[in-house]
Write a protein that binds this ligand. Structure first.
Ligand SMILES: Nc1nc2c(ncn2[C@@H]2O[C@H](COP(=O)(O)OP(=O)(O)OP(=O)(O)O)[C@@H](O)[C@H]2O)c(=O)[nH]1
Ligand SMILES: [Mg+2]
Ligand SMILES: [Zn+2]
Length: 355
C-alpha cells in the first residue's frame, strides 16, 4: 500500500474500515460510472454502492482519481463495490462550466500539480494564474511546466515572465517532443508521491505521461493542433505508477477552468495586490472605483502590472458571483427544508389532537 501513497494520514482510518468489513484501495481510473481501484497488488473494476448518491450531500463526496476508498469484494468477484471515500489530503476542484453551483473534483490526494502550458499559441499567463489559484486552494504544490520549448524562440523570456507572476513558484521549460529538459521533472517525482498533469487540451500532458512511463499508454493527438482546436484527445483521468514508485495522473484538457472556492482564495497568487489592499481607505474596497484605493495607486505607480490587476478583478468578480449563486442555492434549500419541517410539525400536531 505504501507504494500507492498510503501514509500516516490514512492510517488513522484503517481500523474504521476493518470494523466495517472494508478494504482500502486507491482509485486509479474513472470512466463515467466505472472505476478501477488498486489494492496494492492489482487493479479491480469497481462501481459505487447503490446508496452513495443519496448519502452524498455534494459531488465533492463522490470518489475521484487519486482517492483512497473503502471497498468490498473478493478474488472471485468481477467487480468490487466502493462503499466510502476516505478524507482527502488535497483536492483539486473546479466549478463545472455552465452550471451555477456544481463543483467537480479533478483529482484527489495530489502532492504536486504540474500546470502545463504550451509555448505555442496556447501560452497564456492569465490562464496560469487561474490554475495556480486552484492549485493553492487544493493544497498541492504547484509547478508550472512550459512545454514545446522546441518551437519557441523566447523560452527564457517566457520563464521569466511566469516566474515574476508568482514569485516562489517553480517554472520549468521542457519539450516532450525532443526530450529536452525532461529530467527537470525527476525531482518532483518521488516514490509514494503523486503528481498530476493539468492544463488545456493539446499542451502535451499525455505526451509527457507516455515519455515518463516509457510506453504509449495514453493516446496523443496525431494531427497538427491548429486544425483541431478544442478537440480533446484524452477523455478520462488515470493514475500511473512509475518504475520508481512515483505516481502520475493524466487528465483531459479543460476548455475552461472556472474557479471554485471562497473569495479569499486569490491571496497566494496575487500576494502583491493583497499586500497593498490592506492600505486601502475602505476595508471592503473592491479596488475598482473607490477613492483612496492603494491597489489602484500601485497600478498607476507601475508597482503592479495592469494586466495582472485586471486579471485579479476578473477572478474576484467570478468568485463573488459564485458566492452569490451558492447563497441563493442554500437559501432555496433552507426554505425547502423549512417547508418539509412545517408539514411534518402540522402532521404530528394533527395526530396529537385526535383522541
Ligand atoms: N512540437 C512539439 N509538439 C508537442 C510537444 N509535446 C506534445 N506535442 C504535440 O502536441 C499534440 C498534443 O499532445 P497531447 O499529449 O495529446 O496533448 P494533451 O495535453 O494530452 O491533450 P488532451 O488530451 O486533449 O488534453 C500532439 O500532436 C503532440 O505530438 C512538444 O514538446 N513539442
Ligand atoms: Mg491527453
Ligand atoms: Zn482598494
Amino acid at each position: 500500500m505504501t507504494k500507492l501513497g498510503w501514509d500516516e494520514f490514512f492510517d488513522a482510518y484503517r481500523a474504521g474500515l476493518t470494523e466495517r468489513g472494508l478494504m482500502p484501495g486507491r482509485v486509479i481510473c474513472q470512466m463515467k460510472k466505472l472505476y478501477w481501484v488498486h489494492n496494492g497488488e492489482k487493479a479491480w473494476r469497481a462501481v459505487l454502492a447503490g446508496n452513495f448518491f443519496q448519502k452524498a450531500a455534494s459531488e465533492l463526496e463522490l470518489p475521484a482519481v487519486g482517492d483512497w476508498v473503502g471497498v468490498r469484494g473478493s478474488e472471485t468477484d468481477d467487480q468490487w463495490m466502493i462503499r466510502e471515500v476516505l478524507p482527502r489530503k488535497t483536492q483539486f476542484v473546479r466549478k463545472v462550466v455552465m452550471e451555477n453551483t456544481r463543483p467537480q473534483v479533478i483529482a484527489a490526494n495530489i502532492d504536486t500539480a504540474f500546470i502545463v502550458n504550451g509555448l505555442d499559441r496556447d501560452y497564456n499567463p492569465r490562464r496560469i494564474e487561474r490554475y495556480l489559484a486552484l492549485t493553492f486552494e487544493s493544497g498541492a504544490r504547484p509547478v508550472v511546466i512550459l512545454n514545446k520549448s522546441d518551437i519557441c524562440d523566447c523560452v527564457d523570456a517566457r520563464i521569466q515572465e511566469v516566474e515574476s507572476l508568482v514569485p516562489g513558484v517553480e517554472v520549468i521549460a521542457v519539450s516532450a517532443g525532443t526530450n529536452q529538459g525532461i529530467d527537470q521533472l525527476d525531482r518532483f517525482l518521488e516514490p509514494g508521491k503523486t503528481a498530476a498533469f493539468l492544463g488545456s487540451s493539446g499542451v502535451g500532458k499525455s505526451t509527457l505521461v507516455n515519455l515518463l512511463m516509457e510506453q504509449d499508454l495514453m493516446d496523443v493527438r496525431e494531427v497538427r493542433e491548429n486544425d483541431q482546436r478544442g478537440r480533446h484527445t484524452t477523455t478520462h483521468r488515470e493514475l500511473f505508477i512509475l518504475e520508481s514508485g512515483a505516481m502520475i495522473v493524466d487528465t483531459p484538457g479543460l476548455r475552461e477552468l472556472q474557479l471554485w472556492g471562497g473569495e479569499d482564495m486569490l491571496g497566494d497568487v496575487f500576494r502583491d495586490i493583497e499586500a497593498h489592499a490592506s492600505s486601502c481607505r475602505f476595508s471592503d474596497c473592491s479596488h475598482d472605483q473607490e477613492p483612496g484605493c492603494a491597489v489602484k495607486a500601485a497600478v498607476e505607480d507601475g508597482k503592479i502590472q495592469t494586466s495582472q490587476y485586471e486579471s485579479y478583478l476578473k477572478l474576484k468578480k467570478e468568485l463573488k458571483y459564485l458566492d452569490a449563486r451558492q447563497n441563493e442555492f442554500s437559501r432555496r434549500e433552507t426554505r425547502r427544508q423549512a417547508r418539509i419541517l412545517s408539514k411534518e410539525i402540522k402532521r404530528v400536531y394533527k395526530n396529537r389532537k385526535k383522541p
